[in-house]
Design a protein around this ligand. Sequence first.
Ligand SMILES: Cc1cc2nc3c(=O)[nH]c(=O)nc-3n(C[C@H](O)[C@H](O)[C@H](O)COP(=O)(O)OP(=O)(O)OC[C@H]3O[C@@H](n4cnc5c(N)ncnc54)[C@H](O)[C@@H]3O)c2cc1C
Length: 448
Amino acid sequence: MRVAVVGGGISGLVAAYRLRMALGLDAELVLVERSGRIGGILRTTDIAGDPVDLGAEAFVGRRPEIPELMRELGISEQLVHPAGRRPLIWSEGSGHRLPEDTLMGIPSGPEAVEGLVDAQTLARIADEPNRPLRWERGGDTSVGALVADRFGEQVVRRSVDPLLGGVYAGTADSIGVRAALPTLAAALDGGASSLTEAVRNALPPKSNTPVFGGIRDGYRVLLDALRAAANVKIETDTAATRLTRTAAGWQLDPVGPVDAVILATPAPVTAALLRDIAPQAADIAGGIELSSSAVVALALPRDAPLPDNSGILVATGEPLRAKAFTLSSRKWPHLATRDVALVRASFGRFGDPAPLSWSDADLITAATEDLSTVVDAPLCPLTAIVQRWPGGLPQYAPGHTDRIAALRNTIADLDGIAVAGAYLDGVGVPACAASGTAAATRIADQLI
Ligand SMILES: Cc1cc2nc3c(=O)[nH]c(=O)nc-3n(C[C@H](O)[C@H](O)[C@H](O)COP(=O)(O)OP(=O)(O)OC[C@H]3O[C@@H](n4cnc5c(N)ncnc54)[C@H](O)[C@@H]3O)c2cc1C
């Protein structure tokens, strides 16, 4: 039995690990990865002698996938949680407390965004339950269109965009309600008479469980553990170029004949590889747009005057070039003890790929200048590292959920083919891991 996994990001590595667990040691597993390293958008590097993540740096800790994986792999002692500080929103040239009682920045009432939006907008939010709401059951629209219509443009730009931008590197206009906020879509489908009511119904119950988790020595610990447990032959610097059907199974170039293939690649690559065998699915995957981003990791003197917040999210339209800062040394207790203060500046929003074309030096200068503006003090980094993520994040446009269901439907009868990845059921690391598990389960069920 020979199974290939294409793509060595978290989706592919989890798929390989789950395949090994299901198929046993006799199965031959091959993972091909186009770049020279595994991890995809998970990348840990050393700054000032200690590990720092340059891609994802956290995961939603209320989802079970990553803590469970860490337990299975024997690395639970690496699980860490943020200190509990909240981020600021930078809007109209100053820092504001992050609105509370919101769903991805959509307020449950005017008090949630007091101080962040003007009095007229607050009055509009207060009046929103009195205005009739038109929502087509099962329908979809962009988060931006829905919120602008009900609460006004300021709520979109100052509260929703900064939060959605952090997850999708998109704006509220490029992201659909149903895929990004399924509980809100359910509340609207369920007949909520206003957006206010729908948000209140959709808000998760208050809980003391930390929302986020992280890995003390970086995602590389998880990647290394997965790689070892998967016991998979990994071929880096090897791009899968073509997938065709044979009498006995599948031919994956340049791997050769295989019984099954898991495509754990970004949507455009998956589209190209599905083109010969499932053209309809290829069209759907090929229609998913991508957003590019860059991260600048800064090591500052330990006593740099950073605010007592976990980060700063920048509202749309501000004259800053960075879209967010993670104040890593404030956010994570395990990083607070380092010799340097660590900050990650993020650049790039959907539709504005300009920062990706800047030189490293220009990105570092922009990160340093913008952070100096925000903290109102001149800062001088000791070290800086630039990491670019071209096409790193798929955009979940309105109708995404239906399109993904159709994609899955069109490949349902292709025995031995499964897909995984960030464009399917969520961009977060837990959702990607879940997609790898689901793909491996499908293949194992067919092969055993
Ligand atoms: C800057 C940034 C910060 C983020 N922060 C967080 C966070 O804090 N928490 C969180 O939960 N999520 C975060 N995310 C999202 C999350 O990291 C990603 O969605 C997830 O890591 C994607 O994993 P993946 O395996 O699906 O895809 P990828 O990581 O993109 O892996 C796909 C792999 O396929 C390879 N490949 C492509 N074409 C071929 C080919 N033809 N043949 C072989 N291999 C190929 C690529 O080289 C790549 O290694 C962040 C994303 C970005 C960009």
